[in-house]
Design a protein around this ligand. Structure first.
Ligand SMILES: Cc1cc2nc3c(=O)[nH]c(=O)nc-3n(C[C@H](O)[C@H](O)[C@H](O)COP(=O)(O)O)c2cc1C
Length: 247
């Protein structure tokens, strides 16, 4: 009888222990998840996404709308970006309205006319031929703003521009997430920011950091379009990495 009782207790203890074990395995897994180590395959995947991210312009966008899930994933990527003092100084205006896009496009056209004059002779002819935006063609435009704080921001006291750089980090995250979803994103900077602010009724203190055009594409170039069109050449690592000090 006593033996049977002991057996039962032992079995019960084993069950409890195994539960604890299971829990500690879960806990261990949770810990593991918390610090999430990546595999070689995942690292290579990131490399692939970085390598194949492209600036996409109106010559490549197709007429296919973006799902809310995809848009949310891209916005969440932006919200996961690093920011100085964790200030998260960003605001995103989603624009699908054709009339608004037309006004922004008009602002682009005016600026690009002026920009062309900055370049000389052959470069000017090349500039005119380039497609440098996809405002109308892209189903979604996102204007990304820097919203300054009224109080000091940790880390931004010596270099005030760090707040704006944080917003750039958000845009880069969005760009990579979009590419991972096979969605093209193009950054348009040939714009008068004040005009864009007026069109979007943006608060006075907000600063436009990036105007983005997003949509599915008929293809992604394997290299930057401006490299393919011989506007610029890709720099090599040894051209831009300095050991220890400038000489
Ligand atoms: C801050 C910033 C502003 C840019 N503005 C424009 C722009 O106004 N028009 C354009 O066609 N591309 C613009 N681009 C895209 C660059 O031309 C592009 O990133 C570069 O040519 C390299 O090509 P890739 O992004 O496809 O690798 C911009 C990119 C950055 C980072």
């Amino acid at each position: 009888m006593l033996l049977t009782k002991n057996v039962i207790i032992n079995q019960y203890t084993r069950v409890l222990e195994s539960r604890v074990l299971i829990n500690s395995v879960n806990l261990y897994k949770m810990e593991e998840d918390k610090q999430r180590l990546f595999t070689i395959d995942e690292q290579q995947l990131l490399e692939e996404i970085l390598l194949h991210r492209r600036d996409v312009r109106g010559n490549r966008f197709i007429k296919k709308s973006l799902s809310k899930n995809s848009i949310d994933a891209i916005l969440q990527a932006g919200l996961s970006a690093p920011s100085v003092g964790f200030s998260q100084p960003w605001e995103f205006v989603l624009i699908a309205d054709q009339e608004t896009k037309r006004k922004i496009k008009a602002a682009f056209s005016e600026e690009t006319r002026k920009a062309a004059l900055v370049f000389c002779d052959k470069k000017q002819q090349e500039y005119i031929k380039l497609k440098l935006e996809g405002i109308i063609e892209a189903p979604l435009n996102i204007a990304v703003f820097y919203k300054p704080k009224n109080e000091p921001v940790l880390g931004q006291t010596s270099m005030p521009e760090m707040g704006k750089y944080s917003v750039v980090c958000a845009i880069q995250n969005m760009w990579l997430m979009a590419r991972s979803l096979n969605i093209g994103l193009g950054w348009v900077s040939i714009l008068d920011p004040d005009k864009v602010k007026r069109v979007l009724n943006a608060p006075k203190e907000n600063e436009l950091i990036g105007y983005l055009c997003l949509g599915y594409t008929d293809m992604f170039y394997n290299k930057p379009e401006l490299e393919l069109k011989k506007w610029e050449q890709k720099k090599l690592q040894e051209e831009v990495v300095i050991n220890e000090k400038y000489r």
